[in-house]
Design a protein around this ligand. Structure first.
Ligand code: SF4
Length: 232
């Protein structure tokens, strides 16, 4: 898939104020800018409305917006932090860089699957990269979901955390192989699931193995609070 089209951004939704639900910033007040399109197709994707045109209509789900328009929507939220997510935001690096610069001095976090390396001009504008490399449980072909050079580029920023979605402790072996091969240092595991009951059960099953590997475990706070409702 080509990266970066014409100027502006392909936007799925802008929402907030709400709370960052995952990773080291879980619980922080934030606004979200969700961008459209993705270069992967995870079977358990909870934002398939950004890319799966066999189930959703792109003319309904996406809009092209100027950066100034998105900035105005974020300004109305009065938030200290903005999470730029997707879809895959790295498909639109020029627009993301323009947006991140315009949102200063807010804290900027970018969520990505880590298959596309960040361009040098974008790196200093992002305070934290939440990189979520996809495992075999995502259903994507390995050569599409795993790009070691891109993961090493995120690690080299010194501001990346790597969050693996796991359904069971056996998934951690595959994550460990990626961590070792790419030299990843700040590793998190997040349970897969879209209900509080499933998440609690999987976190309990994963916790000891995550601690034993020297990693961290993150909840999915937004699912616990609001289920799989969109735009919160
Ligand atoms: S990379 Fe993210 S947005 Fe893309 S299909 Fe997978 S979970 Fe969904």
């Amino acid at each position: 898939m080509a990266t970066d089209a014409v100027s502006g951004l392909v936007v799925s939704e802008v929402f907030g104020p709400t709370l960052q639900g995952e990773g080291p910033s879980a619980g922080r007040r934030a606004g979200f800018v969700r961008l459209g399109r993705c270069n992967l197709a995870c079977t358990w994707c909870d934002t398939a409305f950004t890319w799966d045109w066999s189930r959703y209509d792109p003319s309904v789900e996406l809009r092209r917006a100027g950066v100034a328009e998105v900035v105005a929507e974020v300004q109305a939220m009065d938030v200290p932090m903005v999470v730029i997510t997707g879809g895959e935001p790295l498909l639109q690096q020029s627009g993301v860089a323009e947006l991140a610069a315009a949102l200063a001095p807010r804290r900027i976090e970018v969520e990505t699957a880590g298959t596309i390396a960040p361009r040098p001009e974008l790196v200093p504008l992002v305070h934290q990269w939440n990189v979520s490399p996809k495992l075999a449980n995502s259903g994507n072909r390995r050569d599409r979901r795993y790009r070691p050079d891109a993961l090493r580029a995120f690690e080299a920023t010194g501001r990346a955390v790597f969050k693996f979605v796991a359904a069971q402790p056996a998934d951690l072996d595959e994550a460990a192989a990626i961590v070792a091969e790419c030299g990843l240092t700040d590793v998190w595991v997040m349970p897969e699931g879209t209900s509080a009951e499933v998440l609690h059960a999987r976190m309990a099953a994963l916790a000891d193995a995550v601690v034993a590997r020297g990693w961290s475990l993150t909840p999915r706070l937004h699912v616990e609070l609001w289920g799989d409702k969109r735009g919160v």
